[in-house]
Design a protein around this ligand. Structure first.
Ligand SMILES: [Zn+2]
Length: 185
């Protein structure tokens, strides 16, 4: 998912499951992900907790309408620069039902850059790929991804893909193109 590949407005995954039923701590009411992503996320969070790291899910699946409202909010706060901070409607990985935003007490339960300085963020960068999750918009790759660094935003692409991506050193966007994966299918 990037600026050039949009989703149809009414796209909605069919196997969304509520995260609290998976024992996953969430903020802002209930959050949803596709079933496989939720299963792997539950394992990730259990292992992170065992390692002493607190992680809660601030956002999972977002519909096109919700994404429009989020984008309007960011634009109101940050003006035209919001394109690099919050995906324009229809270009959000959250509409796929496989993207998740993390936060924790150390980051004040906010989605912002200080999360990147937490030990939980370091744990994610080291371990998330083992559960099929990867950082979509890494630091230092803004030119490639078209987005600012978002240390809180991870996307599930499957354990095998995540391992291959990590070994390739490519950005997610380049990896998906190279492997012929159409992001929204
Ligand atoms: Zn996100």
């Amino acid at each position: 998912m990037d600026h050039d590949h949009g989703l149809p407005p009414h796209y909605e995954p069919e196997d969304l499951v509520p995260l609290s039923a998976h024992g996953i701590p969430v903020l802002n009411g209930e959050q949803f992900l596709r079933r496989e992503a939720a299963d792997r996320l539950a394992e990730l969070l259990a292992d992170a907790a065992a390692a002493g790291e607190e992680l809660v899910v601030a956002s999972g699946y977002r519909s096109f309408g919700e994404q429009q409202r989020t984008h309007a909010r960011w634009t109101a706060l940050y003006g035209e620069g919001a394109g690099g901070m919050s995906a324009v409607p229809g270009h959000s990985e959250h509409q796929l039902g496989t993207a998740v935003d993390f936060t924790n007490a150390a980051a004040g339960y906010e989605l912002w850059w200080p999360f990147g300085d937490t030990t939980a963020s370091a744990w994610l960068e080291e371990n998330a790929h083992r559960y099929g999750f990867i950082l979509s918009y890494p630091r230092g790759r803004e030119e490639e991804t078209g987005y600012n660094w978002e240390p809180w935003h991870y996307r599930y692409i499957g354990v095998e893909n995540a391992r291959e991506l990590r070994e390739s050193g490519l950005s997610l966007q380049a990896f998906l193109q190279q492997n012929g994966v159409i992001p929204h299918c």
